[in-house]
Design a protein around this ligand. Structure first.
Ligand SMILES: Cc1cc2nc3c(=O)[nH]c(=O)nc-3n(C[C@H](O)[C@H](O)[C@H](O)COP(=O)(O)O)c2cc1C
Length: 322
C-alpha cells in the first residue's frame, strides 16, 4: 500500500517538509510504502484550460504530471497534501498540481468512470503558517476538500500549525510528533491490517490487471490488492482498457509490473495465478490459488470481453470466500 506525500513548499528542509517527513516516517513504521513528491522540483505546467480532459478524458500537456504524478495519485491509497500557507492558501506550485487534477474530476463526473481504489483512498492535510489568525487555514481547507473529492479520496482531516515561520520552527514544536503519529495510526491501521492478495499472469498487461481492478472495486476495504507479471509487457492491452471502461472502471493510469517488484513491495498472503499451465513464482509463506484461465489465441475486443466477464465472476466468488 502506497502513502503518497505531496510536499508543496519550495524550501527543501523547511517546516512543511519536516512535518510531512514525520507523517511518512510514522506510516513506514506501520508497514506502508511511502513516497514524497517534492512538487517544486517537478516540471508541472499550470492548467491551460484546453478543456481536453472534459471532452476526451485526458490532459494533453506532456510534463511530470503525465510522466509520473497522475499514476502515483491513482496508485496511492493515502494521499497527504502538505503545504505552507502562502496568502491564505497553498503554494502556487502545489496549486498547479491540484488544478491539473481536473482530469480526475472529469473522469469521475463527466465520464462517470470509477477509479478502482476509490472506496479505500484516504486524504489528509498538513499545513503551517507564520501568523496566528483565526481563519488562517480556511481557504486551504476548502481547496483541499475539493481536491480530495476530485481524486476520490475520503478527506480524513488535517493537522495545522500556527506561528511557524522560520526554517527549523517545526522541529522545535513539542507535541507535533505525537499528533502526527496518532493521525497516521488512525488512518493507516485498518488499511495495513487487510489481507494482501497478489494476482499474477505472464505479462501483467491484461488478465491480472482486470482481476486486480475488480477485486479493488469489490473488496478494496478488506483486501490490499496488487498484480504482477512474470515477464511484464511494455504496455497495457488496449482492448482490456476499453473492455474495463465498458464496465465503467478506469485503469488508464496503470502499467505492467513485475512479480518480483510486486512480491517485494507487497509481501502477499495469497497469490492467485490466473493462467492455465502458467508457472507461479514461489512466494514463501503465501497461500497459492490457480484459476486455470485459458488464454485466447488472439486478443480482440470480443475475446477480451469474455475474459473480463469470466474474471469478474471468479473475483466475486474469491472475495466472498475470504
Ligand atoms: C509568499 C509567501 C506568502 C506567505 N503568506 C502567508 C500568509 O498568508 N499567512 C501566514 O501566516 N504565513 C504566510 N507565509 C509564511 C509561511 O507560511 C511560513 O513561513 C511557513 O513556516 C513556511 O513553511 P516552509 O518552511 O515549509 O516553507 C508566507 C510566506 C511566503 C514566502
Amino acid at each position: 500500500m502506497l502513502v503518497l506525500g505531496l510536499q508543496g513548499s519550495p524550501r527543501i528542509k523547511g517546516n512543511t517538509s519536516y512535518l510531512l517527513s514525520s507523517f511518512l516516517e510514522s506510516a513506514a513504521n506501520l508497514g506502508a510504502r511511502t513516497k514524497m513528491v517534492e512538487v517544486d522540483k517537478q516540471n508541472i505546467v499550470a492548467c491551460k484550460e484546453y478543456v481536453v480532459c472534459e471532452k476526451k478524458g485526458f490532459c494533453p500537456i506532456d510534463d511530470d504530471m503525465k510522466q509520473e504524478v497522475y499514476s502515483l495519485i491513482r496508485e496511492a491509497e493515502v494521499v497527504v497534501l502538505a503545504t505552507p500557507i502562502f496568502f491564505y492558501n497553498m503554494t502556487a506550485q502545489l496549486k498547479a498540481l491540484v488544478d491539473r487534477c481536473q482530469v480526475f474530476w472529469a473522469l469521475k463526473y463527466r465520464f462517470k468512470l470509477k477509479d478502482p481504489c476509490r472506496e479505500q483512498r484516504k486524504g489528509f492535510l498538513l499545513s503551517v503558517g507564520a501568523t496566528r489568525g483565526k481563519n488562517l487555514f480556511e481557504g486551504l481547507d476548502l481547496t483541499a476538500r475539493y481536491f480530495f473529492d476530485a481524486i476520490d479520496a475520503e478527506y480524513c482531516g488535517s493537522l495545522t500549525y500556527k506561528g511557524i515561520e522560520h526554517a527549523g520552527d517545526m522541529e522545535k514544536h513539542s507535541s507535533m510528533k505525537d499528533e502526527v503519529k496518532n493521525a497516521a495510526g488512525e488512518i493507516l491501521k485498518p488499511l495495513v491490517a487487510r489481507k494482501k492478495v497478489l494476482f499474477v499472469c505472464e505479462d501483467n498487461s491484461c488478465i491480472s490487471q482486470m482481476a486486480e481492478a475488480f477485486a479493488q472495486v469489490m473488496a478494496g476495504g478488506k483486501l490490499d490488492v496488487s498484480s504482477g507479471g512474470v515477464k511484464p509487457a511494455e504496455k497495457m492491452d488496449s482492448h482490456m482498457i476499453k473492455a474495463m471502461k465498458e464496465k465503467k472502471i478506469d485503469i488508464k493510469f496503470r502499467s505492467p509490473k513485475s512479480t518480483q517488484w510486486a512480491v517485494l513491495e507487497h509481501q502477499p498472503d495469497i497469490v492467485v495465478y490466473l493462467e492455465k499451465n502458467g508457472i507461479a513464482p514461489p512466494v514463501s509463506g503465501a497461500g497459492l490459488k490457480q484459476w486455470d484461465i485459458e488464454k485466447p489465441k488472439e486478443y480482440s475486443m470480443e475475446t477480451v470481453r469474455q475474459l473480463r466477464d469470466e474474471i469478474e465472476k471468479k473475483v466475486a466468488v474469491f472475495v466472498e470466500s475470504i
